[in-house]
Each structure stands twice: as C-alpha cells, then as structure tokens.
Design a protein around this ligand. Structure first.
Ligand SMILES: [Zn+2]
Length: 238
C-alpha cells in the first residue's frame, strides 16, 4: 500500500470509529460532568447500568472522549456524582478509567484491600446521604497484593492492622487446593469473599446506608475487577 493510500485508509477508519467513541449523541453518555438534573433523573438501577456500560466501553476500547479541562471548569461550582466507588489502591485498578467516568461523575474511595473502616463508612454515608450518590460499589480485584499479604501473615508497621481486616475473608472462604499466596485461584477466591463481607459490613455497620437501600434510594453492590480481561463482574446480592 502506498503511503498516501495508507494515510487515507487510516483516516477513513478513524472516521468510522470516531462517531461511536466521541459523541454523546451516539453513546448516550454526556461528555461533560453530570448535572444535578441528569443525576437526579437516574434510578439506582440506571446508575448501575451506566457503570456496567462504562466498563464495557473501557474494555472494548470505545471510551468517550472527554475534555477534562472543560469538565474541571464546569464542575468547579458543584458536584453531582451518581455513584460512590470503594476500591483498592492498586495502580492497575483506577475506578474512573475502568468505568470510563469523567471528573465529577463518581466519588472514589481507595484503600489497600478495599477494606471497610469507620472513616470510610463516614465517607460513604456522606456520598450517599448528603451528596446524593445512588450506587455504592465496593470492588476488589484479581491478584491483589493486600490479599496476598494477609495470606502470608505480613507484619509491618500500620499495615499489620489493615491486613487484619482482610483475615476474616480467609476464614470464610471455602477452597479446595493450596491456600497460599502463590495460588492465584485461592487469592482471587479470598478477594471475592472479602468483597462480599465488605458489602455485608457496610449494611451492618451503617444503619444510614442500610436504610437508604431499604427505601430503594440507593443500591449497594459488590464487584470483582479482572486485571487480565478488564472486566468488572458484578457479584450477586448476598
Ligand atoms: Zn489490591
């Protein structure tokens, strides 16, 4: 193929893809930050669908093109996020990217091993009860270092106390096979239990959030992110 023909072919295929990836009209996803009206119109089920679709766009390479500077300016006067996400600090699991969300779309809480503590519960209560988020997603991920650390009984400074919060998930995981940090299947099984226990913890320890869920004002959901496939699997409600 000549240079010019190659250029044309590239340009044309870029055109073919562009309308799918960049416009709000084509994807139904606003390229600006969520407005109060847009957020308030959504049901918790629709917010969850939006997260699902965002992850689908991410893993299929069809992310919405956003002008972050524009979003930064337009959201400066107020924020109306539709969801709050609690995930691990792992550098490979950045919520805004894997859910294809922009500035102002989601509250994002991160802590190693996505464990729940009192201060995080306070943050989640703020996000839902004060600021109006409609979905609370707690997600873990495969090959999590914090889970491996808990399995290996790592003790180091303040990390010891944090990893102690993961240990109940080890006890609660039924698993046939080697229960070591070298066994990826075991590590992921514990991570999954850790998410389910975390969701349970939130409901038990936060009457405010449990009540919002009972009234169907919010949905509390667990998820697992697969580092290899890029897929977030939403876990069945316990
Ligand atoms: Zn992790």
């Amino acid at each position: 193929m000549s240079g010019r023909r190659r250029f044309l072919a590239t340009t044309l295929s870029a055109w073919a893809i562009a309308p799918v990836t960049s416009g709000s009209a084509q994807t139904g996803v606003p390229s600006g930050s969520l407005t109060k009206e847009q957020r308030d119109r959504m049901t918790p089920g629709e917010v969850l669908d939006a997260l699902r679709q965002g992850n689908e766009r991410f893993r299929t390479g069809k992310m919405v093109s956003r002008d972050y500077r524009d979003q930064q300016r337009s959201s400066a006067a107020g924020q109306f996020p539709s969801a709050v996400v609690l995930g691990c600090i792992d550098s490979r699991a950045p919520a805004e990217i894997i859910f294809d969300a922009g500035i102002g779309d989601t509250f994002n809480a991160r802590i190693a091993g996505n464990v729940v503590n009192d201060d995080l519960l306070g943050s989640l209560e703020f996000a839902c009860a004060v600021a109006g988020a409609k979905v609370l997603l707690l997600f873990g991920h495969t090959a999590c270092g914090a889970i491996k650390g808990a399995i290996d009984d790592v003790e180091m400074g303040n990390l010891t106390g944090l990893l102690a919060r993961v240990k109940p998930a080890m006890t609660a995981t039924t698993f046939d096979g080697a229960k070591t940090s070298k066994n990826a299947a075991y590590v992921d099984a514990v991570a999954r239990t850790n998410v389910l226990l975390g969701v349970d913890n939130i409901r038990r320890r936060s009457p405010i959030l449990a009540d919002l869920e009972k009234k169907k004002s919010i949905q509390i959901v667990g998820g697992m992110y697969d580092l290899v496939t890029g897929i977030v699997e939403f876990l069945p409600q316990g």
